[in-house]
Write a protein that binds this ligand. Structure first.
Ligand code: CDP
Ligand code: MG
Length: 139
């Protein structure tokens, strides 16, 4: 059981493919409340900092390149058991393995361009949310 906050991003592939609306609809229909939201664009440096936890992994450079390739939508979401509940909604990291009806199954292009990010722990959700939003931008 996790806390009631998670952090998500709609990634550049899904923004480019006009899936902001359909993804936010899934988020709302699954009982998440939007506490904060903005459309923005990672510089390469900011993407490297955000994904610092993956620095050195084989997919890191490609991930940073992709995440800074176009605009994203960042959001803080609230729901009971938010981390686990949202990871269930988005599905497996690899969209080919994601269950039917999950956001990644519905909207992802590939393993890297997999439509959405979802925080993996309470601690990371707070850290990631603070990366994008000041206290005054969270409601
Ligand atoms: O996003 P998630 O927490 O499901 O996966 P992760 O292991 O934290 O990896 C972060 C992101 O790196 C993934 O969402 C993919 O976009 C990318 N990735 C990749 O391109 N190739 C891999 N083998 C693993 C991850
Ligand atoms: Mg992760």
């Amino acid at each position: 059981m996790s806390g009631n906050i998670t952090f998500t991003m709609i990634k550049p592939d899904a923004v480019k493919n006009n899936f902001i609306g359909p993804i936010l609809k899934q988020i709302n229909e699954n009982g998440f409340r939007i506490k904060a939201i903005k459309m923005t664009h990672f510089t390469r440096e900011r993407a490297e900092a955000f994904y610092g936890i993956h620095a050195g992994k084989f997919f890191f450079d490609g991930l940073v390149e992709f995440m800074s390739s176009g605009p994203i939508v960042a959001a803080i979401l609230e729901k009971e058991n938010a981390i686990d509940s949202y990871r269930d909604l988005i599905g497996n990291t690899n969209p080919e393995k994601a269950a039917e009806g999950t956001i990644r199954k519905l909207f992802a292009e590939s393993f890297t361009a997999n439509a959405v990010h979802g925080a993996d722990s309470d601690e990371n959700a707070i850290r990631e949310g603070s990366f994008f939003f000041s206290e005054m931008e969270q409601f």
